[in-house]
Design a protein around this ligand. Structure first.
Ligand SMILES: [Zn+2]
Length: 112
């Protein structure tokens, strides 16, 4: 394998490890809600409560599930979901490099 390709692969692996460390799986959405307090501004024409950050995802049995994110965790969760997306792209690139390497090795073995 060429040195350049090896470096690229090593960088990818390092980045993948970094992203995997903080990846969070799910789709983000924001919602505004009404509360149960009598006479609260949210019951009338006034602004509702929010935005509340929500994460939804497909669970083990294919059922969509999700959870509301506490304010204190919002930034970490947003970064985690973004990390998951980048992780997928990086894994795809790594798989391409793996494929190229495998085919190249097969060619080299045949010509030996
Ligand atoms: Zn309210």
């Amino acid at each position: 394998m060429s040195k350049k390709l090896t470096d690229r692969r090593r960088n990818l692996l390092r980045e993948i490890q970094h992203l995997a460390d903080k990846a969070i799986f799910g789709t983000l959405s924001e919602s505004y809600r009404t509360c149960g307090r009598a006479g609260c501004h949210c019951q009338g024409p006034g602004p509702k409560h929010g935005p509340h950050l929500h994460v939804s995802y497909r669970g083990d049995e294919g059922k969509t599930t999700g959870y509301y994110v506490p304010k204190a965790a919002e930034q970490t969760v947003r970064e985690g979901v973004a990390a998951w997306q980048r992780l997928q792209q990086h894994l795809r690139k790594l798989a391409e490099l793996n494929q190229a390497r495998t085919l190249r090795q097969a060619r080299e073995e045949r010509s030996r």
